[in-house]
Ligand binder design. Structure first.
Ligand code: NDP
Length: 290
């Protein structure tokens, strides 16, 4: 039996449609046009593609998008000053700094990201938002794991009471995924590079999230028959060939539902960013009225 393919394109289109309606509502009700500023430092070609995508999606949805392109030689202080300026700009509701930063300032990434006003932190990386996620308060949540939850909901896949296993414990994917799934009443196990007998653990999962960055690492025998498999991995194995962390061709015969790579979770991330910009506007309106 072949698994249901969870198409990122289809779910991303639904998420963007709902964000577009919210953007229109914000314009009509509050006379606010959401604004996103994306700071890109240097010439990293992959980053330039991601930033172009974000800009294009904003335009599609009626969100004002400002791309702040800064030279490779930008200093930490210059970047912090730019963030301060955007923090104070009333027309900008969301700010993100495209990673990775150039080598010369990479070691300051944390300080730089923490300078973003938490209410404008649409990547959800600020410790204030991380803390709120952990304690279950309304927060801006990292787009990739938030997109996975949104997809499960749209696909009608139950989370409550399920066994979920996440492979990967990064701050961007694994850890927020843990809190999002736990908040939805899944019983969650997080695996990492020190986990013993990984396959034994993954075979218990009703929902298996692979976020490790290892091409085709998760093989069919690691998957419980009928499980939902979410492949977050993006691995370039040849100039024009991307694969996920899951051995899709074989896994598809065992899983109940599975995301492909490409065409899966990656597409949800940008769509969720748009949702986060809308959420940021709402938080800022609440703050102004409180
Ligand atoms: P990191 O490299 O930050 O984290 C990888 C995690 O996987 C670590 O926790 C690591 O464990 C764990 N891991 C590595 N090898 C093994 C192993 N053999 N067994 C068990 N666990 C292992 O990666 P990210 O979380 O940033 O990204 C993960 C993948 O998701 C990458 O392919 C990335 O490109 C992709 N990604 C996709 C996005 C999208 O939009 N779809 C967005 C973000 C990421 P340990 O902590 O012990 O080192």
């Amino acid at each position: 039996m072949s698994a249901k393919i969870l198409s990122g394109k289809e779910f991303a289109a639904q998420i963007k449609e709902s964000a577009k309606l919210e953007v229109e509502e914000l314009k009509n009700k509050f006379n606010v046009t959401p604004g996103l500023a994306v700071i890109i430092v240097g010439e990293n070609p992959a980053s330039q593609v991601y930033v172009r995508n974000k800009h294009k999606t904003c335009e599609e949805l009626g969100i004002n998008s400002e791309v702040v392109a800064m030279s490779e030689s930008t200093t930490k202080d210059e970047l912090l000053a730019k963030i301060d300026e955007l923090n104070a700009d009333k027309n900008i509701h969301g700010i993100l700094v495209q990673l990775p930063l150039p080598d010369a300032i990479k070691s300051h990434s944390e300080e730089i990201l923490n300078r973003i006003d938490p209410l404008k932190d649409v990547d959800g990386f600020h410790p204030m938002n991380v803390g709120k996620l952990v304690t279950g308060s309304p927060a801006l949540v990292p787009c990739t794991p938030a997109g996975c939850i949104e997809m499960l909901d749209l696909a009608g896949i139950e989370i409550d009471g399920k066994r979920a296993v996440i492979i990967g414990r990064s701050n961007i994917v694994g850890k927020p995924m843990l809190h999002l799934l736990m908040a939805r009443h899944a019983t969650v196990t997080v695996c990492h590079s020190h986990t013993k007998n990984l396959a034994e653990v993954t075979r218990e999962a009703d929902i298996l999230v692979a976020a490790m960055g290892k091409p085709k690492f998760v093989t069919a025998d690691m998957i419980k028959p009928g499980a939902t498999v979410i492949d977050v991995g993006i691995n370039r194995i040849a100039p024009k060939k991307l694969v996920g962390d899951v051995d899709f061709e074989n896994a598809v015969e065992v899983a109940g539902a599975i995301t492909p790579v490409p065409g899966g979770v990656g597409l949800l991330t940008v769509a969720m960013l748009m949702k986060n910009v809308v959420k940021a506007v709402k938080f800022q309106l609440e703050e102004k009225n409180s």
